[in-house]
Design a protein around this ligand. Structure first.
Ligand code: MG
Length: 224
């Protein structure tokens, strides 16, 4: 039974989706491109070699939630120029997905994007996946005042901005740790787990309500 008519989700009024690796699969290689662009930026900024650049990228990501967080906190980097640079990637590998579009379209209520990326890039990804016009708005890293998920501040800001009742909201994410604040607020949480078969995982974090392997499969019940 699809979520649109499933009793577990009958109370949901707001459907919130992460973007990267939630609305497309890892095998498209988009995030590898972004990570390499981030490393290129870091390499140029610090005048270091590629290996050191990836280490800095990773260390900031661990410490601040995003590499940008570290670059802003420790070096005052301008987020707009940085985000334009790192998102200048080839999205031609992404294809429109009719099943995904139909599944999201059928969900009763409002739909939002909640992403640590920026809105111009998010719009490009949505267009590439054939998902234009389905989402009321994109709550991006700038609107989070650069406090990325899983900072609780950004979840509060999202709920405040769109007058969301967390108890009637559902959040779909591939990064499990980004679901923890959502669950704390009372949202229903859906983990897109690319690493495991959704049926067989028994190490599901306590803040995950449902585990799926593919959003379109979950929404329309058939595999691509
Ligand atoms: Mg993601």
């Amino acid at each position: 039974m699809s979520p649109a008519s499933h009793p577990d989700f009958g109370h949901i009024e707001t459907w919130i989706f992460d973007l990267d690796l939630t609305l497309y699969a890892p095998e498209h290689g988009i995030m590898e491109q972004v990570r390499n662009r981030i490393a290129d930026y870091v390499e140029d900024y610090f005048k270091v070699d590629g290996e050191r650049a990836h280490q800095i990228r990773y260390d900031y990501w661990r410490k601040y939630g995003t590499t940008l967080g570290g670059l802003m906190a420790e070096h005052g980097v301008d987020p707009h120029g940085y985000l334009d640079f790192v998102h200048d990637v080839d999205l031609s590998l992404l294809r429109p997905c009719d099943r995904l579009r139909a599944g999201i379209e059928a969900l009763p209520g409002r739909k939002l994007i909640f992403t640590n990326a920026d809105a111009p890039y998010a719009r490009r990804v949505l267009t590439a996946r054939g998902l234009d016009g389905l989402f009321e708005d994109i709550f991006d890293i700038h609107r989070m005042t650069h406090r990325p998920k899983p900072s609780m501040d950004s979840y509060h800001a999202l709920c405040h901005q769109f007058d969301i009742d967390p108890a009637a909201a559902l959040f779909v994410e591939d990064s499990a740790h980004n679901l923890e604040p959502a669950k704390k607020l009372g949202m229903t949480t859906i983990w897109v787990n690319h690493a495991a078969d959704a049926e067989s995982s028994d190490d599901r974090p306590h803040y995950v309500d449902h585990e799926i392997d593919d959003v379109a499969h979950w929404l329309v019940g058939t595999k691509e």
